[in-house]
Design a protein around this ligand. Sequence first.
Ligand code: VG1
Ligand code: CO
Length: 544
Amino acid sequence: MNLEIVNCTPYTDQKPGTSGLRKSVKQFQRPDYLQTYIQAIFNTLEDREGSTLILGGDGRYFNREAIQIILRMASANGIGHVFVGKAGILSTPAASHLIRKKQALGGIILSASHNPGGPDGDFGVKFNVSNGGPASETFTDTVYQNACVVEQYRIRPIKPIPLDKEGVYDLFGMKIEVIDSVQDYMELMESIFDFDKIGQLLQSDSFKMRFDAMHAVTGPYAKRIFEQRLGAPEGTVFHAQPLANFGGGHPDPNQAHAKELMNQLYTNQGIAFGAASDGDGDRNMILGNHFFVTPSDSLAVLAANATLVPGYKQGIAGIARSMPTSQAPDLVAQKLGVPYFETPTGWKFFGNLLDAGQITLCGEESFGTSSNHIREKDGVWAVLFWLNLLAEKQDSVENIVRQHWAEYGRNYYSRHDYEAISSASGNIIMEHLRQQLATLAGTMIRGKMIRAADDFSYTDPVDGSVSEHQGIRILFEDGSRLIFRLSGTGTQGATLRVYLEQYEADVANHDQDTQEVLSDLIEIAEALGKVKELSGREAPDVIT
Ligand code: VG1
Ligand code: CO
């Protein structure tokens, strides 16, 4: 009754990348494109009958239509219960939390994260498993294989469910609850941070903060938490309304894309603290007055000061960072005497370490930081962590970071992105580098001795799984590093990322311009990778 089994032709390009299946909206609008992928997910979930799912997205173009399609398909595939965020909105961290709290089988998060939205932008589907984290590569490989052969999908032909108010519906035995997108997440934050102290700070006349929600998913979260719950003045959060095309912007919280926030913090408006988050709310950028905190440093500072926050006052078990992230967090772990791990890029690699209790904090250079409270990176959490530290230390962002450098040394760090070059050039550059790997160790280049060079391979210490070809690493005797990898989230051609890191112990040298300090490494990168020559580009598109 009311069940349609629709014949379809499978697509062979539904291979998830670093973070789910990400394609242009136009590709998603091809006949049954979303349906075949969702059916492939359901086919992979053998224990789906009667199970609970979490469903929501970052509010981008196609979000609502996709939710209605997925609800109809979930009911037709035997799912028992779906929690949907009001208006179809759930940030990635809020969805991760709900999966855990509701003991769901998993969650479907509709987002292309930091990629632009709108009819000409991108769309994406991520599947998170029952621990709240992104599905493992084994799982997503199976989804991909299923997608390549799916010839039928199951759906119920029914009218759309109203998503704009909370409510409970029954869809042929499947319960749908449209819930407040913010409440559960806010309660989790209250259980970790000292909301009284943060509230006092945000309400004091001498402290001004700006949060740029970039017209993306964190608007409703930030308004409720920073302004309504913690009492920051209205206007603290701007670009707060989620828009289907993010107001035409690029919802990536970095110096290049959060321009308005940068302007506010880098002019004399007396703003002490600035922060931004991305499309789906899992990234964060932290700024002080005239001061940028690199995401790698941010993780290190949070780790070094974790015991000042109620949720981490017992100390941390360990730290993990993605391979391209700077080594600043390692130095903190060494001092604390806790283990530290280097994982491939992408949050899915932190899940096992968190589940096994081997780490408490983790992060990536790409503006992602989080802890064992969920299994995703978490933008608003990182901002609250910084606010909690500022309230405890009664000091500025800049002083806190400078004191950190004085104690641990400074890891000068930058990432140069060459976006949407041709796939052919991307592969040629990587291949050209790979061919040099065997002979690089022991050679001197621009006065720097190469200690080792490899194509990063990771063996998961918990389940023993191996992930190869995770990026070319060139490691120097003095601790500097040069890393090349191709992005797994872009939707056009290839995006090449070049990561540069150089350590400086002497506090007298901590006040230099990052790109100048890294200029030798930048030249070495060009000499070895021939990026400009082989891509035809004169300069990186984005420098962070
Ligand atoms: C990028 C970042 C990576 C991050 C991923 C997803 O991947 O480099 O660190 O985990 O985006 O972030 P890539 O493969 O393009 O380098 V998000 O905020 O899209 O969920
Ligand atoms: Co994101």
